[in-house]
Write a protein that binds this ligand. Structure first.
Ligand code: G3P
Ligand code: CA
Length: 238
């Protein structure tokens, strides 16, 4: 059965990449989470999509210019009344010990290289004994290769924004176990052939019912969606 990954948590109803959003996704019955990580100036891995905190919090500036203590003062809950800090990745991993969710950690190290990010995340994942529940993804494919070198036991998947010729061949060449393509760029036949070649396919960000039907119909490995409740309703028909 196609798995449902909640993109930045249950982000259609809760503030993206917050603990509320992750907890709501788990309650909604998602199989996994997708979240984004950046690095503070004192080396803490924090869960936030943009390099800057401006769009999703009440503060301004680059994540890389704040210490962890400083960045925790801002409110990341821009959809509710309850004030909530930007989560540390460690907080999420600790909470994952209380449930069975999978988690796709996306390294946001395409624009800012964030030296040592892969190593830090991998050490943390192994400290919490979660290697078999984590998938590392990134648009930075050098980072995917690096992650595999550091921890071949953790699944990896390159992200694509445009279509790619024979993605299973590319994925195998960088030792990734999956691909995460933009959903509109991957035709049914490519989903099928990629999976037949042993490579998982988890398209993003699948929010329209028609797109969900198409991907459930081809029995795609997973979809990454902002709305796990809607996705579960559609999946019931398969
Ligand atoms: O991981 C899939 C998707 O999250 C990639 O794009 O910009 O939403 O992080 P973005
Ligand atoms: Ca992401």
């Amino acid at each position: 059965m196609t798995q449902i990954f909640a993109h930045r948590g249950f982000s259609s109803s809760y503030a993206e990449n917050t603990m509320s959003s992750f907890i709501a996704a788990e309650k909604a019955g998602a199989d996994g989470l997708e979240l984004d990580v950046q690095l503070t100036n004192d080396g803490e891995i924090v869960v936030i999509h943009d390099e800057k905190i401006d769009r999703t919090t009440n503060g301004n500036g680059f994540v890389k210019d704040f210490s962890y203590r400083e960045i925790r003062k801002f409110n990341a809950n821009n959809k509710g009344f309850k004030k909530e800090p930007i989560p540390a990745l460690e907080e999420v991993l600790e909470w994952m010990k209380t449930n069975k969710l999978l988690c796709n950690i996306e390294f946001k190290n395409g624009l800012i290289p964030y030296e040592g990010m892969e190593q830090k995340v991998i050490e943390m994942v192994s400290k919490y004994n979660l290697s078999d529940r984590i998938i590392i993804s990134s648009f930075n494919h050098y980072s995917i290769v690096n992650s595999y070198r550091l921890a071949p036991e953790i699944e990896t998947a390159p992200l694509f924004i445009e279509s790619i010729y024979m993605p299973w061949v590319y994925s195998q060449s960088i030792k990734a176990s999956g691909i995460h393509p933009k959903h509109s760029t991957i035709p049914d036949q490519i989903v099928k052939t990629t999976m037949e070649n042993g490579i998982a396919v988890r398209p993003y960000t699948v929010n329209r019912e028609a797109d969900m039907h198409r991907l459930f119909n081809v029995n795609c490995t997973a979809i990454i969606t902002d709305n796990p409740v809607k996705a579960r309703k559609v999946r019931k028909q398969y």
